[in-house]
Design a protein around this ligand. Structure first.
Ligand code: MUC
Ligand code: MG
Length: 371
């Protein structure tokens, strides 16, 4: 369906987290959401979000750079033009702007939201159709303190909100990290799935040592143990251990996925709309993985509700063997939507209305927007 884009506005929205969130490269006390509003003909409005972690410590696009790429380069390319879908939108953006997948993801999301509203269809329908309306969602224990993480994990299990946990390791000495992970595994019980995310902190030798102990201790999945550029180590580890590897930073687009798959990687890919350039683009990577027999996992950049819902629409159209981690909104003290997502029994409900199916609270957007 043809949609003419008239204008695009962009804000940096700073929201504190409920507790410090410690990763191998940074500790977050606040999350910055880059939010865009796309106004189309007939007053149809689409919303999009691009969010990264820890300024420039995680990815190569900062929130400020995302806003500037949108305002100075991408919005002028799109405003005043008509597009019949995301294929044409992506072609126009990619012809003039290299990389910048976070910025492109926010724009593709907003276009899908607007197109869904114009057609009276949920975004999932524009992406192939939802296979289900409830998706599994784990929680990340990352307070930086083993006892606090155990307490938090036990509380969430009791409340029935989550039944699977990811731990962030890699910042401390290997033995400390292994002790931490195995203490949490034994405290939460053998039937609770525990995964670890090393966020690229180990070299191959350390990874072999670490994975041997994690595998013996019953850890279910090891995410991005080695640097993103070291594709060969990831392939070697995936072939050497029975505990599967989840590639995250190493796999953004379908091209990365193809290179890993054709190099002999086994395991799973963490899909993220921001790494791929949007909810439609990330499905190209999902399809490469499916063709290669590689598992799928719905990844987050710790987005708020807007970005998390955009991801969920995409994840709902494929089979996520490893579930999802779309818990970002629960890590934030507040959000900019009228109705929060519904999380229970280790699952989250996909909104059903037209477009993304969420309503933005513009007063809250103004309140949290950077002045
Ligand atoms: C990452 O690397 O996976 C996802 C969950 C979380 O706690 O951090 C992110 C980033
Ligand atoms: Mg990760």
């Amino acid at each position: 369906m043809n949609l003419a884009i008239e204008s695009i506005s962009c804000w940096l929205v700073d929201i504190p987290t409920i507790r410090p969130h410690k990763l191998s490269m940074t500790t977050m006390g606040c999350q910055t959401l880059t939010i865009i509003r796309m106004t189309c003909a007939q007053g149809i409005i689409g919303w999009g979000e691009a969010t990264t972690i820890g300024g420039l410590s995680y990815g190569s696009e900062s929130p400020e750079a995302i806003k500037s790429a949108i305002e100075c380069y991408l919005a002028p390319l799109l405003c005043g033009k008509t597009f019949n879908g995301v294929a044409a939108l992506a072609e126009t953006m990619n012809a003039s702007v290299k990389g910048n997948t976070f910025a492109k993801s926010a724009l593709e999301t907003a276009f899908l939201d607007a197109q869904g509203k114009a057609l009276g269809l949920p975004v999932s329908a524009l992406l192939g159709g939802a296979l289900k309306d409830r998706l599994p969602v784990l929680w990340t224990l990352a307070s930086g303190d083993t006892d606090k993480d155990i307490e938090e994990g036990k509380r969430l299990l009791e409340e029935g909100r989550h039944n699977t946990f990811k731990l962030k390791i890699g910042a401390r000495a290997l033995e400390v990290d292994i002790r931490h992970a195995l203490a949490i595994k034994s405290a939460l019980g053998s039937d609770i799935s525990i995964r670890v995310d090393v966020n690229q902190a180990w070299d191959l030798t350390t990874a072999i040592k670490g994975m041997t102990q994690l595998q013996e201790g019953g850890i279910d999945l090891v995410e991005q143990p080695t640097p993103m550029w070291d594709r060969q180590s990831l392939i070697t580890l995936s072939q050497r251990f029975s505990v599967p590897i989840l590639a995250d930073e190493a796999v953004g687009t379908c091209h990365d996925g193809y290179a890993l798959a054709s190099g002999g990687f086994t395991g799973a890919f963490a899909l993220k709309i921001a790494k791929a350039g949007g909810p439609a683009q990330v499905l190209k990577l999902a399809h490469v993985a499916q063709a290669a027999g590689i598992g799928l996992y719905g990844g987050t950049m710790l987005e708020g509700t807007l970005g998390s819902v955009a991801s969920l629409h995409a994840w709902s159209t494929v089979n996520m063997q490893w579930g999802t981690e779309m818990f970002g909104p629960l890590l934030l003290k507040d959000d900019i939507v009228v109705n929060p997502l519904e999380f229970s029994h280790g699952q989250v409900t996909l909104p059903q209305g037209p477009g993304l199916g969420i309503e933005i609270d513009e007063d809250k957007l103004c309140f949290y927007a950077r002045k």
